[in-house]
Design a protein around this ligand. Sequence first.
Ligand code: ZN
Length: 445
Amino acid sequence: MSEAELVLRSTRVITPEGSRPATVAVAAGKITAVLPYDAPVPEGTRLEDFGDDVLLPGLVDTHVHVNDPGRTHWEGFWTATRAAAAGGITTLVDMPLNSLPPTTTVDHLRVKREVAADKAHIDVGFWGGALPDNVKDLRPLHESGVFGFKAFLSPSGVDEFPHLDQDRLARSLAEIAGFDGLLIVHAEDPHHLDAAPQRGGPRYADFLASRPRDAEDTAIAHLVAQAKRLRARVHVLHLSSSDALPLIAAAKAEGVRVTAETCPHYLTLTAEEVPDGASEFKCCPPIRESANQDLLWQALADGTIDCVVTDHSPSTADLKTDDFATAWGGISGLQLSLAAVWTEARRRGHGLEDVVRWMSARTAALVGLSHKGAIEAGRDADFAVLAPDETFTVDPAALQHRNRVTAYAGKTLYGVVRSTWLRGERIVSDGEFTEPKGRLLTRTP
Ligand SMILES: [Zn+2]
């Protein structure tokens, strides 16, 4: 251990082989060794002993809408990355829409990177966007280091980011397959949405009926068929409908290159508990019934769903009106995602090893960040220190994201993040932040 600058010790270190007492040696921002708990620490080496608090790899959240620049009053890099750090997240990948400009050309990517550079408290990467008219921009964006491309199959909610019809989807996906890129998709079918009853108003039951499961199921079926035909790599974003799970499982078994994610709100909140008019619970696709939620958990356990990401998508509070049809759709989850998922996971008999697999290892793998997502030699020294059996009650005033609207207000959650570490430096500890130390990430070719 002679070259270590820092040594972290815990009786519970989550490694790819499981949880065990260990000592983790760090030098130059990297993990150099994972050693036995009682490994001798050379004199003069800084030792941080976390006792029985758990040392886990920093989470990698591949689905975050930062909205900066252009809608920074909704969310910006400074506030989003602080909220993430406070929640144990050390890497996020920013979605291409809701900022102005959207990340749909190399020039726009440059603008985004300039804005993020000195505000990032954690590491930040970028998705590109696939629009009906930017097929020619996809390869240059790929070569500029975006991690893949997002497309909508139904209206996105903002005019500057139009959706792809089936022909345009085929064209964009063929282009992306040409350089073996990744297409990530908001999968709701617009025809099924149009055919659903659109009553509007404050009743959650009416909103749920307006975004039916078959809109998701049909869009995913189309996507899987295109991926199969083109041998392309696709990823289903924010899966909510459990009815689509057999289709995804069958496609995977057949060798179609498809992965899927779900979100903390689908896993921890249910349609039955959403009060009428409470649009802080509005997102698309919607939070569904508790029986649906049980099947999502089962799919996580059996690997049909690969990972869990926040889809943190805030707006100003005034856009969260009590009419579900017109209120902004998006749930702010960065700071609470680990605690929310862990609380429900432990109730259902899952371990923290599972949570780490879904929220760190698999998300890092999704975007090819081979130096993130695990506590093992050679990876970045990114960690969260968690008191897993300690509870807290969610107080919106304690949240770091810009507009403190939350669907979790008043909930009691397990799992207090004591500190978060980025490349061997403690970036937040008991609510105290350092200056931003995040870096901007590009896809590894
Ligand atoms: Zn999203």
